[in-house]
Design a protein around this ligand. Structure first.
Ligand code: NAD
Ligand code: UDP
Length: 337
């Protein structure tokens, strides 16, 4: 299948392109390289023996998207392109509503013009805000607490309204929990700009000696060891979830919503200890105040993804840590190494 992958040069998109190529699909990437590097294409080719199509451009540019969709005879779209930092979204809301909301709106307009009616969209567990209980079901209330989460929930709402008015379309909303890890080759992984804001890349950089110490944001949560619990899922499992969504829903009109996680939670201290065990290194840390907007516990109910997509995350926490560490050691400065 010819699949347009917006944001396909980024962390999750690059892993998804690898799995698409391995499964015999033809991904065409559209990316403005605002948070990724051209070298990703060489790495994907090294892993798969095939080079995905790549067109430099912005998803807010409708005319450009129509040309790409028509020229490449695209059959389906996976839409990753967007910006993703919760902290930054508080200070730069226009950037978030423009790239995430306007970008998705223009993409749908372009798809409609080109008569492409199947979309898989990258949403986030952030749309649930602070849930009343865990595990989180897809039917839980949508109550994001920051501009990033609101930009995602607005896209979700728009896509549902759009599908309602265009009943032949198939739209799948995938709500990711916490993607970590890297391809086991060590050639593709997460390459944060500057100081990482996410836990696992931060720990990897401390373990490698690039940063002095991990700050743990609070140890007084209502959890067994007091630190926050999240559902960490291997990025390659997540990539496979997109293939499952593409296969299962392309011919099933409707709006489909799935959590993608493991259904298990791990605390910050558990992640730190697992990293120490694997790397055989002592990782310095200190307890800091809670980070604004953080919640105590977040993990997924993944029953629908199991049952309907027949997708299940199979990689263990040990594998997630091993692959993160392998990527860090092989690429101390990310793709600039
Ligand atoms: P990423 O930043 O690594 O990848 C996003 C890619 O989109 C980058 O290559 C960037 O250059 C590109 N891009 C950004 N704005 C664009 C635009 N306007 N036009 C064209 N390209 C553009 O991020 P990621 O971690 O791979 O996340 C992919 C998607 O998944 C995002 O939509 C993100 O919000 C969502 N998501 C990510 C996480 C996570 O923890 N990584 C969790 C939940 C949801
Ligand atoms: N965290 C932390 N120190 C850091 C980064 C994150 O203690 O430097 C904690 C954070 O408070 C949360 C967990 O690690 O409990 C996961 O945070 P991350 O930013 O990776 O993901 P998200 O907040 O999106 O779940």
């Amino acid at each position: 299948m010819r699949v347009l992958v917006t944001g396909g040069m980024g962390y999750i998109g690059s892993h998804t392109c690898i799995q698409l190529l391995n499964a015999g699909h033809d991904p065409i990437i559209v990316d403005n390289l605002s948070n990724s590097k051209p070298l990703v294409l060489d790495r994907i080719q090294k892993i798969t023996g095939r080079r995905p199509g790549f067109v430099l451009g912005d998803v807010c540019d409708k005319r450009f998207l129509i040309n790409v969709l028509q020229e490449h005879k695209v059959e389906s779209v996976i839409h990753f392109a967007g910006v993703k930092s919760v902290g930054e979204s508080n200070s730069l809301p226009i950037k978030y509503y423009e790239n995430n909301f306007i970008g998705s709106l223009r993409l749908i307009e372009a798809m409609q013009s080109a008569n492409v009616t199947s979309l898989v969209f990258s949403s986030s567990a952030t749309v649930y805000g602070d849930p009343a209980s865990v595990p989180i079901k897809e039917s839980f209330p949508i109550q994001p607490t920051n501009p990033y989460g609101r930009s995602k929930s607005m896209v979700e709402q728009f896509l549902q309204d759009f599908q309602h008015a265009n009943s032949d379309w198939s739209i799948t909303l995938l709500r990711y929990f916490n993607p970590i890890g890297a391809h086991d080759s060590g050639l593709v992984g997460e390459d944060p700009n500057g100081e990482p804001s996410n836990l696992v890349p931060y720990i990897a950089q401390v373990a490698f000696g690039k940063r002095y110490s991990l700050g743990i944001f609070g140890n007084d949560y209502d959890t067994p060891d007091g630190t926050g619990i999240r559902d960490y899922v291997h990025v390659v499992d997540l990539a496979d979830g997109h293939l499952a969504a593409l296969n299962k829903t392309i011919n099933t009109p409707g709006t489909h919503v799935f959590n993608l996680g493991t259904g298990r939670g791990h605390s910050v201290l558990e992640i730190l200890r697992a990293f120490e065990e694997h790397s055989k290194l002592k990782i310095p840390y200190s307890i800091k105040p809670r980070r604004q907007g953080d919640i105590a516990k977040c993990w997924a109910n993944v029953a629908d993804a199991h049952k309907i997509l027949q997708w299940k995350a199979t990689r263990s926490l040990a594998t997630m840590i091993k692959d993160t560490w392998n990527w860090q050691v092989m690429n101390p400065n990310g793709y600039d190494s």
